[in-house]
Design a protein around this ligand. Structure first.
Ligand SMILES: [Zn+2]
Ligand SMILES: [Zn+2]
Length: 263
């Protein structure tokens, strides 16, 4: 059985939980050990049993808890070499034996999990999304994407479950209070994905077996969960699909008590 829960998702911290058979991992750990541990306990699991933490990129909302998690639970941390080299200093000392490397674009395994880290366009050293091949199922997580690329689309294709960034509503961002340089960064080619672009892609890939969709990494300033949901829903319906019948659509809340998905 596959168990997936976006414990936290957004610019104030990211940590996604994935369990398959006896192996459990986190994708990113951008919150305190205490909060991550509690969130894992809340879904009936045990943080001390984590087999690994995979890092998408070095930004603080993805890494702030990895040092304390590693030191507290002796968990191996996996990242590519450029991300390791760019790791913020607050991460602190990581036990050498828990510094693990993967190569972007190359599959690796942790016990029964087969994992493909793939390249994404974002303003970090060598940021990645992840696809997990778990027997006949495929789970993909992709956030912090400035624009869509062939590589991203290739990896979304055939996924049963997809957690995808639905970061902002473009009008809210443009008319909002952020200073122009920040607005430019967010909507730029190496920033974040808007609701409409997210929705268009999701709608396109339902025919390739996409059954469960979770919208994540939502902006607190420039998005409203209901608006993101409605925008993506509209894109799906415009392509003739029905939510609930053809695909399920959920929101990963920025924090606290998110849904648990079992496949
Ligand atoms: Zn982020
Ligand atoms: Zn980022």
């Amino acid at each position: 059985m596959i168990k997936f829960c976006p414990l936290f998702s957004g610019s104030s911290g990211n940590a996604l939980y994935l369990k398959y058979k006896d192996t459990s991992i986190l994708i990113d750990a951008g919150l305190s050990k205490k909060r991550i541990t509690q969130a894992i306990e809340d879904i009936g699991e045990d943080a001390s049993k984590l087999n690994a933490i995979l890092i998408t990129h070095e930004h603080i909302d993805h890494t702030s808890g990895i040092g304390v998690m590693e030191r507290g639970y002796n968990i191996p941390i996996y990242a590519n070499i450029s991300t390791w080299k760019s790791m913020p200093s607050f991460v602190g000392r990581i036990n050498q034996e828990n510094i693990r490397f993967f190569e972007t674009g190359k599959k690796f395994t942790i016990n029964d999990m087969e994992i493909l880290p793939f390249e994404i366009p974002h303003d970090a050293a060598d940021p990645v999304g992840f696809s997990f091949y778990l027997d006949s199922k495929k789970v993909t997580s992709v956030t912090d994407i400035g624009h869509l690329t062939e590589t991203i689309l290739d990896n979304i294709k055939g996924s049963d479950l997809l957690l995808m960034e639905s970061n902002h509503d473009l009008d809210m961002l443009i008319n909002g209070s952020y200073p122009w340089p920040l607005k430019k960064r967010i909507k730029g080619d190496f920033g974040h994905l808007c609701n409409k672009d997210c929705g268009d892609i999701i709608a396109k890939y339902i025919e390739f077996g996409l059954k469960t969709v979770v919208l994540g990494h939502m902006s607190a300033e420039n998005n409203i969960p209901q608006l993101a949901y409605d925008t993506v829903k509209q894109c799906i319906e415009d392509c003739g699909y029905v939510i609930g019948r053809d695909v399920s659509l959920d929101i990963a809340k920025r924090e606290g008590h998110n849904s648990v998905f079992e496949l």
